[in-house]
Design a protein around this ligand. Structure first.
Ligand SMILES: NC(=O)c1ccc[n+]([C@@H]2O[C@H](COP(=O)([O-])OP(=O)(O)OC[C@H]3O[C@@H](n4cnc5c(N)ncnc54)[C@H](O)[C@@H]3O)[C@@H](O)[C@H]2O)c1
Length: 387
């Protein structure tokens, strides 16, 4: 159980690029980062429109002279201060992530970047090398991974509760974009523009979240080859897809399926992962994140509940309230921000950490998966060796 005790000695001086007023994801970044006193928001370039960004920054209690018109000015000016920023979160549309992350690392900052980290594996590997060279953490916001029942699934699988893993069945398929909503919504419009969104829409926007959950739950699985078929049911979205099915074969003979979609009419969020072993299965659904279904062949179904004493200790230590009370996405994000802070603090002291978090390598794997899916889909849904 976590009561709000400090996790690092001094809060890290933190800034945001993007996440301005009206953005989809800015508020949850601030809520997650500020909740546990591991970060203090001291600066920002919050908006593509400098005036709007400045006004909004002041509403967030950021000093007027630290609400910057753009990230380049912010990095330059903050570097001159004794009390300059140490960390920046990047919550802008996809096409800017690579250049802003690179500039932040070159400015000697730790980074929390939204997914996708960038557009190509080559760029991602470059960012990974730069982070290593600069001794900086790059956290990537696969925000669902901080739910404690994801950790419980990982531990159960590690302890052999399922036996050898055979199948991973995944979906992140919501229905909110079943028609061309992008004609009227700015934050959906850029998502179907390849120049800003990158080489995919739903594969990168939603599919990579669930892919990362599979990597957390079953860390030793490595994809050997995959095939992907993608469609644009709303024709104006082509060449980007609003629906895709990916089939994966892993090195150890297991198989995986991942359905990524935004045209699954009637589905609210529709992110599920079912890991099937030779003895039993586990299933987690993000619309009921406090529960993990554990099904042993031939026995009654068990619903494991967050916050209960029968769970692994590591899956309850981030509980903020006892079992029975629902925790949700905001807590999941807070857990990740807390891990980012501890990893950054440890890195600054030349130390390592003994917990996992979505880092630059996780970001790279997401980009790699999209790149392979697109190569397969655009080659006629051909099987491609994973590279
Ligand atoms: N992790 C998640 O669960 C999750 C959920 C939603 C979105 N995202 C990701 O977050 C990012 C932002 O998505 P969104 O839906 O909030 O987008 P949005 O369009 O709603 O908001 C983008 C914000 O960034 C600002 N901005 C754009 N370019 C900028 C620049 N160069 N400098 C400073 N500010 C700039 C805009 O003014 C706006 O405030 C995307 O990469 C998206 O994939 C992640």
């Amino acid at each position: 159980m976590y009561y709000g005790e400090k996790k690092i000695e001094h809060p890290l001086r933190w800034a945001m690029v993007g996440g301005g007023k009206g953005s989809q994801i800015g508020y949850i970044h601030r809520s997650a980062a500020l909740r546990d006193f591991s970060f203090t928001l001291v600066a920002g370039a919050f908006d593509i429109d400098p005036q709007r960004g400045k006004e909004f920054g002041e509403e967030l209690h950021v000093a007027a002279d630290r609400c910057y018109p753009d990230y380049k000015t912010m990095f330059k000016e903050e570097a001159k201060r004794q009390d300059g920023i140490q960390v920046v979160s990047i919550a802008t549309p996809n096409g800017t992530h690579y250049e802003i992350t690179k500039a932040a690392l070159l400015a000697g900052l730790h980074v929390v970047c939204e997914k996708p980290l960038c557009f190509t594996v080559e760029e991602a590997e470059e960012l990974g090398r730069l982070a290593e060279e600069k001794k900086k953490v790059v956290g990537v916001m696969y925000g669902y991974a901080g739910h404690q029942m994801i950790q419980e699934a990982r531990k159960l699988i590690e302890k052999g509760a399922l036996g050898d893993i055979r199948i991973i069945n995944m979906m992140f398929s919501h229905g909110f974009h079943n028609v061309a909503v992008e004609k009227n919504t700015a934050s959906t419009k850029w998502r179907v523009d390849p120049k800003i969104a990158g080489p995919s829409y739903v594969l990168g926007d939603v599919g990579t979240h669930t892919l990362y959950l599979s990597e957390v739950m079953v860390p030793d699985l490595k994809i050997k080859r995959l095939m992907c078929s993608r469609q644009s049911f709303v024709a104006s979205r082509a060449p980007l897809e609003d629906n895709a099915m990916t089939i994966m074969e892993y090195e150890n003979g297991a198989v995986g399926y991942l359905w990524s979609s935004c045209v699954n009419c009637g589905s609210m969020h529709g992110q599920k992962i079912r890991v099937i072993g030779e003895k039993a299965s586990l299933e987690w659904w993000d619309e009921r994140p406090n529960q993990l279904t554990y099904e042993v062949q031939g026995e009654p179904v068990r619903i494991l509940e967050r916050g209960m004493g029968y769970l692994d200790e590591s899956s309850t230590m981030e509980d903020r309230i006892g079992g029975g009370h629902p925790e949700g996405l905001f807590e999941s994000w807070s857990n990740l921000y807390s891990r980012f802070a501890q990893a950054m603090d440890a890195m600054d002291k030349g130390q390592g950490v003994d917990f996992w978090y979505p880092d630059v390598h996780a970001g790279t794997e997401g980009v790699r998966w999209v790149e392979n899916c697109v190569r397969s889909a655009d080659g006629g849904a051909a099987w491609v060796d994973y590279r």
